[in-house]
Ligand binder design. Structure first.
Ligand code: AVI
Length: 320
């Protein structure tokens, strides 16, 4: 029988898997080993992150929510009438509800890498707020992407809560702010939540919760590699380590090898020394002044800053 080869289009899932594979192979080949934190967020990872935000030790989410609630009026006054609100890394959409309740927003554009989670959350939101147009964009916002054409003529406000900016290296954070400015266009505004530098004990506890949810979240990355990239990581052979780096003003999360061992990913072999780690995340903390310098260098002007009574977290308003 004749053998007919059908043309095969590359599905977006293949492209995403390939990018993941390349980053993991590169990162495990590097010394020290590293994997970018954006890969934490498969479905289970997104759920584990939500669970972290409910632990007593993880103060950022509830502190930021407190600021958004207490300052809703002032923050809403910063949003132009009929604006389109573009949220970067939208996740579960809990925080934006606080803003949408107070600000004159007509169109909401949540951008998130975890597309199943996003579709679900977007659907729930549009049912909840009937007058609101929700246009979800499933994209990795750390790479270039386009905004939907239907919001081209509207004034645009970026929303980037949760101190996600802190998970970028400082040069990446500057590049992100510059790109976000170009994407949102002239006259754009931005509301951005950033964790503040504080007592190292408070920081260290926040990333070492007693119930072990953060450890589960960190280890889930290995589970994802096993499932999606054909890895054979033994999750019991690694442990979660989170430490504050006082020079760099960042929490570092690592997965540390309990023994000397060999691991395979996609047919390739990687050696671990006993105690060797994979650096899986940095979470940079910014003083208000350091953040001002970062934003100014990226073409924004810092217009206002709202904070909580303990000054643990900051919500900044930027204007281009
Ligand atoms: C999403 N991001 C801001 C969190 C953070 O605090 O850096 C991720 C996280 N990692 C461990 N706990 C929470």
């Amino acid at each position: 029988t004749a053998h007919v080869r059908l043309p095969r289009t590359i599905a977006p899932d293949d492209t995403a898997r390939h990018a993941f594979l390349v980053d993991v192979i590169d990162g495990l080949s590097a010394d020290p080993k590293r994997i970018p934190p954006k890969y934490f967020y498969d479905e289970r990872g997104s759920q584990l992150f939500e669970a972290i935000t409910r632990t007593p030790e993880y103060y950022p989410t509830r502190t930021e929510t407190g600021i958004l609630t207490a300052e809703a009026g002032a923050i809403a006054a910063f949003v132009p009438k009929d604006a389109a609100l573009v949220e970067f890394g939208a996740g579960s959409l809990t925080k934006v509800r606080l803003l949408l309740g107070a600000a004159p927003v007509k169109t909401f554009v949540p951008v998130d890498i975890s597309s199943a989670f996003l579709q679900d959350a977007a659907q729930r939101l549009s049912r909840e707020i009937p007058g609101l147009r929700v246009v979800p964009v499933p994209a990795d916002f750390t790479a270039p992407f386009a905004l939907p054409a239907e919001i081209a003529a509207l004034p645009k406000v970026g929303f980037f809560p949760g101190s996600t900016l802190g998970n970028f290296e400082p040069h990446e954070a500057a590049a992100f702010l510059r790109h976000a400015g170009a994407l949102l266009g002239p006259g754009a505004r931005m509301i951005i939540g950033v964790d503040l530098v504080k007592d190292p004990d408070v920081l260290t506890r926040a990333y070492n919760d007693a119930a072990g949810v953060t450890a589960e979240f960190n280890l889930n990355l290995l589970r994802r590699i096993n499932r999606e990239l054909g890895g054979n990581f033994d999750l019991g052979a690694f442990w979660h380590r989170a430490v504050y780096n006082r020079e760099q003003l960042r929490i570092e999360m690592h997965l540390a090898s309990r023994t000397r061992q060999r691991v395979r990913v996609d047919g390739r072999c990687f050696e671990f020394r006993r105690g060797e780690t994979i650096h899986t995340e940095s979470s940079y903390k910014y003083t208000a002044e350091l953040f001002r310098t970062l934003a100014t260098g990226a073409g924004w002007r810092l217009a206002e800053t709202w904070t909580d009574p303990e000054r643990w977290f900051a919500v900044h308003a930027l204007v281009r």
